[in-house]
Design a protein around this ligand. Structure first.
Ligand code: FPP
Length: 238
């Protein structure tokens, strides 16, 4: 692919695992397992074409309401992902970063420990930064950011006069990262579902009917090509 104007940051809502499983007469968790394989392919490819940040919606604050067997299946997949990548970390150039409320009591302690460990051992990697949104909700993130700001004001670490959009953004889970240039959602749903509401304000959106387990690197490149044809104006007239 022509590497000019490759987006710096791509965000993805990986949707359609359940429908894919149903179409193939398989349990929903098999859809998530296949979806994890797709994710591994996309991470490798994104790093290869020079994307600097990839953020995926792996588990939302609302996903706890799914049947217990499905929640357990998703947590098992995440555990396996973390174990595998903790092992592979020395030979991989990927910086792992979790976004979301990972300190919530919903999250099993061993999982939190693995998340923190993988973040720690990959923090100096110079390749792709892979943000996994886990127990993530955009409104929850904004409220947590507000609470941290209030705390810093009370502790006199910052002055309330200093709070502007730039300062506020630093308190979000994506901290010092650039906002996504492109947001992709699979499965034909045309909404953002509480995913990065602050950060996606000026992003380009790409929706495809392809179900996530069937999403290929070729489909990903089609989204990038479409992005490259878009004219971004950020509220300006030209
Ligand atoms: C939405 O599909 C997808 C999710 C709720 C989970 C996405 C998670 C993965 C692809 C695996 C993540 C990887 C790790 C390592 C945790 P859906 O189940 O809502 O699909 P449906 O709308 O067709 O029912």
């Amino acid at each position: 692919m022509d590497e000019t104007k490759v987006p710096t940051h791509v965000a993805i809502i990986m949707d359609g695992n359940g429908r894919w499983a149903k179409e193939h007469n398989l349990p929903r968790n098999e859809g998530h397992r296949r979806g994890t394989k797709t994710l591994e392919n996309i991470i490798k490819h994104a790093a290869h074409i020079g994307i600097e940040y990839l953020t995926v919606y792996a588990f939302s604050t609302e996903n706890w309401n799914r049947p217990q067997s499905e929640v357990e299946g998703l947590i098992k997949l995440l555990r396996r992902y973390l174990d595998q990548h903790i092992k592979k970390a020395p030979s991989e150039d990927i910086r792992f970063n979790a976004i979301g409320d990972i300190f919530s009591s919903n999250i099993p302690q061993d999982l939190r420990d693995k998340i923190i460990h993988l973040q720690e051992i990959t923090k100096d990697k110079k390749g792709l930064c892979f943000n996994m949104a886990f127990n993530y909700g955009g409104r929850n993130e904004i409220i947590r950011a507000c609470k941290s700001i209030i705390n810093d004001i009370l502790l006199k670490h910052i002055d309330d006069e200093m709070v502007n959009e730039e300062v506020f953004a630093k308190y979000l889970d994506t901290g010092h990262q650039p906002d996504p240039d492109l947001m992709i959602r699979t499965s034909g749903e045309i909404r953002t579902s509480n995913f990065l509401p602050w950060q996606l304000t000026y992003s380009e959106f790409y929706f495809t009917s392809c179900l996530w387990p069937e999403f290929t690197v070729q489909e990903f490149d089609m989204a990038i090509d479409e992005y490259r044809r878009r004219k971004r104006r950020f509220g300006n007239s030209e």
